[in-house]
Design a protein around this ligand. Sequence first.
Ligand code: TRH
Length: 389
Amino acid sequence: MPLLKTLHLFCRVVDNYGDIGICWRLSTQLQREHGIAVTLWVDDLASFHRICPEVDAEAATQEIAGITVRHWRKDGLEFTAADVADIVIEFFAVDIPENYIAAMALRNPRPVWINFEGLSAEEWVEGCHTLPSPHPRLPLTKHFFFPGYTGKTGGLLHERGLEQQRLAFQSDRAVVSAFLARLGMTEQEMAATKVSMFCYPCAPLEALFDVWQHGSKPMVCLVPEGVATEQVAAFMGKQSSAGVAQTRGALTVRVLPFLPQPDYDKLLWACDYNFVRGEDSWVRAQWAGRPFVWHIYPQDENLHHVKLRAFLQRYAPDIGSLNELTLQWNAAAGEPEWAQLWHGFQADAPKIAKRAEEWVEQLLKIGDLTSNLLKFCEAVHMKSGQSTL
Ligand code: TRH
């Protein structure tokens, strides 16, 4: 039996799907693999519904896959000490309600309070992971928990059995074909080089479409609905919805429905190359063991370029073509010559594919984030010795 049995996770959707995507993944893993009773407070059920169609975007409270999901409206919520969980997580430094914090201070024992941070490959993360931050007035201490790439960080989210599922899927051509056929792909498209595309609207996708269109080998680019809509419409010659495909030269662009999270994993497993973005799809592409290009979430003053370079330095310092294509994709270097960049990347494809597989092995050694998080929470709980007020 776990020492700490209940957990409240507070998620505010700043934009897009990464905030809720990560919180949902964490919640399900805590519940399924560790038997924790999770309540997920989230302020945007419509975004949640897109990655998890079981979600009712109108319900104030609902039970999904054993997790209590509560629509987090800013006002009108009352909390007493009895409402507070053993572990309280604020995601990406979200402000949890003041009256909830007051109730935390009255609870006996006090909860373990975690600020769950964003993923970065930068070195400073090791120094900040698990740091305490005492509340200025109340007898409460919050701890920072950072995902990361070394044993001195929290590691990455990774469900038990994920690796076996991936390998079984990727080694069974019939299963892969059945999955792609379900997405509407023809056999001819399946035989082409398959690329999945998930990027921010500012990505220079038209330039890549142009290179692929004039390439010598057939390529299929699979774009979930709502992604890069302008560039896709320009290629298609019209606004396009799920199910629409258009071929020009060697390139077919196919619009897919926006997939439920588990199917998105399968898409990454099925494709030869994956373009991913933000945080969660980027991590899933790493677990897919296939070559990927990351479009990082843009920040003011190009701060994200530092984070991008830190990752490339860790991931593939010796593969110039991958570095160059990724930096150009993120407008982080020079004047792009897209045909040259893509051909360089393709020429190195075997090396890049090998690195992708080696990287999975390396990451698996760190242990999964959810187990690391619970171990840390238990240690904080034991150390604080707060069995009584
Ligand atoms: O959607 P993102 O850009 O999300 C975020 C947010 O912008 C957030 O504010 C920021 O903090 C973070 O990026 C860095 O990209 P991300 O993180 O990859 O999240 C996308 C989620 O959507 C992920 O859980 C995978 C999921 N997804 C599907 O379930 N189906 C799909 O078809 C696609 C394309 C994605």
